[in-house]
Ligand binder design. Structure first.
Ligand SMILES: *Cc1c(COP(=O)(O)O)cnc(C)c1O
Length: 451
């Protein structure tokens, strides 16, 4: 079977190549043996829960990296349905994609914050995207873009309050503020925000959280004295939204929690914070076969069947973003990533661990000697639950633990060839549904909408 159709970039109509012209268009759900079902109702509910955690602040849903793998436009619309008034992206191209999809200022303010010199600032200003300023050169570039566009650029000053990443160092702030004040007097910029990002928000109670907020407050005072008082101050990511009210200010910027994962799993499962994972990753078993005991499984035989048993081949691998580090067995006997086989746990379902190495396109499960599964049966790698240790439903967090990473990476790295199917579209208003129906990325096999 050729994979060329699956690897078509999102946005290119599927089945348009002559190679496939003789075939009837495949049912999208069957065109690939796996899919990520993304529930917009869960996204809406998660944003509502986050708004309850930060009742005095507006919510900016951070939708960078294709909404952490959930699909940019559909997920953004789900978040807006939950009451988010802002969308945040790292890359300018993502912000422009939101506007190109028809998400205009009457639906959402959009902020983008990461770019080197030469970014498409004029296009951003014309698209009414708010732009972060993290360096002196960025002030000059945004002023030039605003003049060229004949409009006022809406800017947010990024301050490095202690993360040591992007942002203006406090020592450099007076110089930048002076330049911004001149630009404001000229009408080239409007200072909408002054903001920063936390280093230790996922360690609630860490003293640096309050210390960074104090530095932000001082930066705000400096800006006010320079005559460029910001309309909005913002600092909190998901973890701070959930655990540090001191950081809420006027706007919170959750990403991970919008998709129903918790950035503080050490404090409990998602439901503790009123969250539920929006993405369910499922696949249909390819081969199911009997093998004798002592049979080596997958590359290097890191797993050997302990008895006569049944193996099931799951057609997902690291080519789909399943981490090879979540392989099972091996010299250390590591538990592989968990897969739910059958119905829900307690309802005939059981959680199995990956047997042996995760390959590029597939991984193997030891279904056991009495397995009733057949080729084509659906298994779930992770879904809308609280985790193997809580309600028995594997989560991206469980996969992260098996792979030695964080849940962010599990959904964000899910491969482009895994189709996203957006459900729960009833939570969208008519206008949003129309935008989604016309989103070019939804026309491909990688993106479909189910009511
Ligand atoms: C990614 C990001 C966020 C969201 O972080 P989460 O931990 O996913 O909530 C907020 N602000 C900035 C600047 C980011 O880069």
């Amino acid at each position: 079977m050729s994979d060329t159709q699956r690897t078509t970039p999102a946005g290119t109509p599927a089945g348009s190549s002559s190679h496939h012209a003789h075939r009837p268009p495949a049912e999208p759900a069957l065109a690939y043996p796996a899919r990520a079902v993304v529930d917009l109702a869960a996204i809406r509910d998660n944003v509502r829960a986050l708004a309850d955690h930060a009742p005095t602040a507006q919510v900016m849903a951070v939708v960078k990296a294709d909404a952490y793998g959930h699909g940019l436009v559909a997920s953004a619309l789900g978040a807006l349905a939950g009451g988010a008034t802002w969308l945040g992206t790292a890359q300018p191209s993502e912000a422009l994609a939101l506007r190109a999809a028809g998400i205009a200022v009457d639906r959402a303010r959009v902020l983008t914050w990461l770019y080197p010199p030469g970014a498409p600032l004029r296009a951003l200003v014309e698209a009414e995207v708010d732009v972060s300023l993290a360096a002196r050169w960025a002030v000059d570039e945004v002023v030039a873009a605003a003049r060229a566009a004949g409009r006022t650029a809406r800017v947010h000053l990024a301050v490095d309050t202690g993360l040591g990443r992007n942002g203006i160092m406090p020592a450099d702030l007076p110089d930048v503020l002076a330049a911004v004040a001149r630009a404001q007097a000229e009408g080239a910029v409007q200072v909408v925000g002054l903001w920063s990002h936390l280093a230790f928000a996922d360690e609630p109670g860490h003293p640096s959280v309050v210390a960074q907020a104090d530095v932000l407050d001082e930066a705000v005072r400096l800006a006010e004295r320079a005559g460029v008082a910001p309309e909005l101050r913002h600092l909190a990511n998901s973890a701070a939204t959930l655990t540090a009210p001191r950081t809420h200010y006027d706007l919170v910027r959750p990403g991970l929690a919008v998709w129903g994962m918790t950035p503080v799993p050490q404090l409990g499962p998602p439901s503790r914070y009123g969250l539920r994972p929006a993405m369910t990753l499922e696949a249909r078993l390819a081969t199911v076969k009997r093998v004798p005991g002592g049979h080596g499984v997958s590359y290097s035989h890191h797993y050997t069947t302990p008895q006569d048993t049944t193996l099931g081949v799951v057609p997902l691998g690291y080519g789909d973003g399943i981490p090879r580090h979540a392989s099972g067995g091996g010299p250390a006997g590591a538990p592989g990533g968990p897969v739910l086989v059958g119905a829900r746990p307690g309802d005939g379902g059981r959680v199995l661990r990956v047997a042996g190495r995760v390959c590029m396109d597939q991984l193997v499960l030891d279904l056991g000697p009495d397995a009733a599964e057949r080729a084509g049966d659906v298994v779930t790698l992770f879904g809308a639950g609280d985790g193997v240790e809580h309600d028995g439903v594997p989560t991206a967090e469980d996969w992260a633990r098996a792979a030695g990473t964080i849940s962010y990476e599990i959904t964000t790295r899910l491969g482009a060839r895994v189709p996203r199917e957006h459900v729960g579209t009833h939570v969208l208003d008519d206008g949003a549904r129309a935008l989604l129906a016309h989103d070019p990325s939804q026309q491909s096999t990688e993106r479909t909408v189910r009511a």
